[in-house]
Design a protein around this ligand. Structure first.
Ligand code: ATP
Ligand code: MG
Length: 229
C-alpha cells in the first residue's frame, strides 16, 4: 500500500477489550479531518491511550474499524504505519547516544533532515552550543538536558520523517514556565500542516485545538470546539 498522504482518521464503532472480558472502548466513533488538531480529554481510565494503542497497531480492535485516508489500518504494514505517524509519548525518552541518534534514530545519518527538524522545534541553538554539537553523546535519561530541552528533542524526533499524522500524549509533569513557552511555540509549529491528536492536560492546548473529544468510560460523550463545550 502507498503510504497515506492526507491523514484523515476515522474510528467507526470500535470496541476493544484487553482481557476479553470488559470492553474499554465501547462502539467508539469519531472523524478527524486532514490537518485538524484534535484534543482528547477525559478521566483516567476512560480509554484515551487505548485509542492511540489501536491507531499505532499495538493492539487490534475487536469490532468496528479504524481507517486512515479511507484505508483500513490493517492493510498498512505496521512498519509503514508507524513511519508515517510521529509519536510523542507522555514520558520524554532520551537514549544513550548522540543528538543525531536521539532525533534521527535509525535514520541518524540524514543529518540535514535532523538539523531541519531541530530548527523547527527550536532545539538547534542549544544543541549547537554543546561541546560537540550534534555529536555530543547524551547519557541514558539525558541528565545533560533540562526537562524542557528533552521535550523539544522528542518533538524533533516525532517530525523528522515529516509524517502526515502526529500523536502527542501530553506530559502531565510540571515544566518551568520559561520552557513552557518554548514548548508551546514548538508545539504550534509541529502541528502545522499535519493531522494531530493530542491527549491534552493543559488548558492552552485544549483551547488551541480545532476539536475536543471527551471520553468517558470507553465512549465519546461530547465532541466540539472549546467554546461549544
Ligand atoms: P489515563 O488518563 O490514566 O492515562 P486513559 O484514558 O489513557 O487513562 P487507558 O489507558 O486507555 O485510559 O485505559 C482504559 C482502561 O483499560 C483502564 O481501565 C485501564 O486500566 C485498562 N488498561 C489500559 N492498558 C491496559 C493493558 N495494557 N492491559 C490491561 N488493561 C489495560
Ligand atoms: Mg493514558
Amino acid at each position: 500500500h502507498k503510504p497515506f498522504q492526507m491523514g484523515s482518521i476515522i474510528f467507526k464503532n470500535v470496541s476493544f477489550s484487553y482481557d476479553d472480558k470488559q470492553d474499554v472502548l465501547k462502539q467508539t466513533s469519531f472523524d478527524i479531518q486532514p490537518g485538524e488538531t484534535v484534543a482528547i480529554v477525559g478521566k483516567t481510565g476512560s480509554g484515551k491511550s487505548t485509542i492511540i494503542n489501536l491507531l499505532l497497531k499495538f493492539y487490534k480492535a475487536n469490532r468496528g474499524n479504524v481507517t486512515i485516508d479511507g484505508v483500513d489500518i490493517n492493510e498498512y504494514s505496521t512498519q509503514e504505519l508507524r513511519k508515517n505517524i510521529g509519536y510523542v509519548s507522555q514520558d520524554p525518552h532520551i537514549f544513550a547516544g548522540d543528538l543525531f541518534f536521539n532525533i534521527g534514530l535509525y535514520n541518524q545519518n540524514n543529518h540535514d533532515q535532523i538539523i531541519t527538524a531541530a530548527k523547527i522545534v527550536g532545539a538547534d541553538k542549544f544543541i549547537s552550543e554543546m561541546p560537540l554539537g550534534y555529536h555530543t553523546v547524551l547519557s541514558e535519561r539525558g541528565s545533560e538536558l533540562s526537562s524542557g530541552q528533552k521535550q523539544l528533542i522528542t518533538f524533533a524526533r516525532a517530525i523528522v520523517n515529516n509524517p502526515s499524522i502526529l500523536i502527542l500524549d501530553e506530559a502531565t509533569a510540571k515544566i518551568d514556565s520559561e520552557s513552557e513557552e518554548d514548548i508551546s511555540t514548538a508545539l504550534n509549529k509541529i502541528v502545522s500542516g499535519r493531522t494531530t491528536i493530542i491527549i491534552a492536560h493543559r488548558l492552552n492546548t485544549i483551547k488551541n485545538s480545532d476539536k475536543i473529544i471527551v471520553m468517558d468510560n470507553g465512549q465519546v460523550v461530547e465532541e466540539g470546539r472549546h467554546e461549544e463545550l
